[in-house]
Design a binder for this molecule. Sequence first.
Ligand code: IMP
Ligand code: MG
Length: 171
Amino acid sequence: MKAPGDSLLSSPVLRRRVAELGKDISRRYQDKPLTVIGLMNGSIFFLVDLVRRLPIETQVECWRVQSYAGRASSGVLKGLEHCQAELKGRHAIIVDDILDTGLTLDAVQQHVRDLGAESVEICVLLRKKRRRTVKIRPRWVGFDIPDRFVVGYGLDDDGKYRGLNSIRALD
Ligand code: IMP
Ligand code: MG
């Protein structure tokens, strides 16, 4: 397969940054009950690589939510009603691939609070530079990137290119 678009973040660069994030997260949650919630499908690679870098007791949940239709946000988040976890007395980190409009993380964050988590933080691999519909403050951001459509390392273009080891920009 010919790699699409141009390279933005190489595989070694991603690996190094994920290791740093893991270190920082572990330090903060030492001896605290932690649940990491990965939003599927986009965060699948990031979630796995990150959790491997957490040398602390961690529970992992995968939630499937959808807001994108093709290359644009549809403005509605689907699937949250099926997302459940026992979070009472636990600290939660929501892990997602990319912060774009903020709609997804805003709704998921509220849902995690409603489930009774002791604390809720957000960790995104990428944060797009753009005007956001809702204000979201992730505690951890892997990389700030320009407002371009990106694929690879879990991110897809209508199902394509999710399996690339690096992140590439298409437009
Ligand atoms: P938000 O709700 O607009 O912040 O959208 C977040 C979701 O949209 C992400 O979890 C991605 O699945 C998807 N998304 C946003 N921008 C991109 C992109 O550039 N490439 C691939 N998926 C994207
Ligand atoms: Mg996603």
